[in-house]
Design a binder for this molecule. Sequence first.
Ligand code: SF4
Length: 431
Amino acid sequence: MRRKILEKELARKGIISQAVKEVSKKENLEPEYVSRKVAEGKIVILKHKNKFLGIGEGLRTKVNANIGTSPDVCDINFEIEKLKTAEKYGTDTVMDLSIGGNIDEIRKKIIQKSNVPVGTVPIYQSAIESIEEKGGIVNMDEDKIFEVIEKHAKDGVSFATVHCGVNLKAVERLKKNPRKSLVVSRGGAFLIMWMVSNEKENPLYKNFDRLIEIARKYDLVLSLGDGLRPGGLIDSTDSSQIEELLTLGELTKYAWENDVQVIIEGPGHIPINEIETNVQLEKKICNGAPFYVLGPIVCDIAPGYDHITSAIGGAIASWKGADFLCYVTPSEHLSLPGIEEVAEGVISARIAAHVGDIGKGIKGAIEIDFLMDIARTQRRWEEEKKIAIDKEKFEKLRKKFPLKEKDVCTMCGKYCAIKLIEKYLGIKVVC
Ligand code: SF4
């Protein structure tokens, strides 16, 4: 069988692939630029059903929506509905984080039904099946971890979170510098339990070569997970988080030497004044690898509104150079999200991404706002709705109270400032 030519390898050899052509077209950029950045590792390309999505430097900031079952709420149709809701509101990717029910069946169905690239966290399945098969997560076979990763890749998963940076050194640092928020990454916690009980190194770190082999076989993008991300502002940017990031930086270089595409996850709960530093650290230590930020959640006192706390953090992170935002829903810290929370999560993250794109000068980003500005001045409501991120909400609120005059809204009615100025200054804004 002929060896699969990897996306990064093609770019490194200066070959403009179909994937690069498609990403360049969508992003309105030169293929040579995209290809160069893929070769440098600063852009990754996810593939899903012959469609391609670029994430990284100079590209529009992308948004991910997490879906998936839990042991308490497990309904595959509900998850598919969440997938379709996330797609409807414009998510760029979804991650299936299922930990309840038939995980294989759920993943396959999500991949089959999804129109966007799908990511997973395979360690969840390895850990949960080890409880059933061997009586506990701590009894998990090292081989099992890699077998599950390969199974996911074979099923068509585009990117996988792998917590390779949670190594013994990082655990030692965590013990010496105890945290108040402990560890909030599920994958990170599973691996630490296993490492401590077995007094062994994290297999994903120790046998990184084996992971590289799988990633090369399927051109799977590795999302190097942040198992030690702070779970509260009280632990932000602490030594355990930085220890893990240093390891991820080293692993990134090694992955690149093997033409494996990598994104870096981080940093969880971070106060607003530490976001820029965190983005700079990731970009410096990981040589510009795309940064996939979870949140960042910028305050801890707003449960029920964490889509807002994370959109604030996401907007700043994106402006400062983050490339990929993982949505946070209003259910964060409270429950599994439902349909409505998925919609709110995606919309909030998309707003954050767009705000960041305006800040970092992404081609075409601010121009959309200019179109809205003109449509608003001209009170072309249909045009405004077309441009709006959430068209349904636009429609709903526009019709909330009966309109006395059709070309204004019920905020100022006949005292519409724009209309008054149009009349008294005789200015008609045309585009
Ligand atoms: S009525 Fe007031 S809020 Fe509404 S379009 Fe006119 S100026 Fe804007």
